[in-house]
Design a protein around this ligand. Structure first.
Ligand SMILES: [Zn+2]
Ligand SMILES: [Zn+2]
Length: 204
């Protein structure tokens, strides 16, 4: 029997607060091991399958519910419901296709670069600005104004991301018809790209 609804995770749990705390504090790798261990029990494995897999057929057809089903279905492939987005983190592939999720993913499509001119008095930066790792260096947090995104010209790690789109498992191809929203001058997201990366000019 075919259903077009997807399994949604029931928020009601019977676990006590101690167990929920243990789950919250465990590393992802530990949780993976526990899940794999639990799959020894067939009925638990089937529950985990319901939560983590989705029928590829239903997934492909969820937005075209008026379609008639093909006369004969071949075997029902299952695909992972949770995938890794190239721009942010894990996402739900079913939820991601739903209307209203077109701008669920926010990110910069450039890189954060150190502005060497900002650190003229810093010997380490002056010696070799490229030795500064923007992912780990303490200066990024202390002096956000000394680090600039080369996609939009904004400063600092915490600034509003300049791109919004659906989550994607692959780098977004701009010609693919994938809808992308850009941070506009007024701080809202628009479909026209008017970002100014600054081109290394020091004028403000
Ligand atoms: Zn940006
Ligand atoms: Zn994403």
């Amino acid at each position: 029997m075919v259903t077009t609804t997807v399994n949604d995770l029931d928020p009601r749990v019977t676990a006590g607060p101690e167990l929920l705390n243990a789950i919250a504090s465990a590393q992802a790798s530990t949780l993976r091991s526990v899940l794999i261990y639990l799959c020894k029990d067939p009925s638990t494995a089937s529950q985990i399958e319901q939560a983590m897999l989705v029928s590829n057929y239903e997934f492909q057809n969820q937005n075209t519910s008026t379609n008639t089903y093909p006369k004969k279905r071949k075997h029902d492939d299952k695909i992972s419901r949770f995938a890794r987005c190239v721009n942010c983190k894990d996402f739900d592939v079913v939820l991601n296709e739903k209307p209203g999720k077109e701008q669920a993913c926010v990110y910069h499509d450039g890189i954060l670069e150190i502005d060497a001119d900002f650190f003229v008095d810093d010997d380490d930066v002056s010696a070799d600005p490229y030795s500064i790792d923007v992912n780990t260096d303490w200066r990024v947090k202390e002096f956000p104004e000394g680090f600039k995104w080369n996609c939009c010209g904004q400063y600092g790690r915490k600034v509003k991301p300049c791109i919004r789109s659906r989550h994607s498992q692959t780098v977004v191809n701009y010609e693919s018809g994938f809808n992308i929203w850009y941070l506009g001058k007024d701080g809202t997201y628009v479909t026209v790209d008017s970002r100014d990366p600054g081109d290394g000019s020091d004028e403000t």
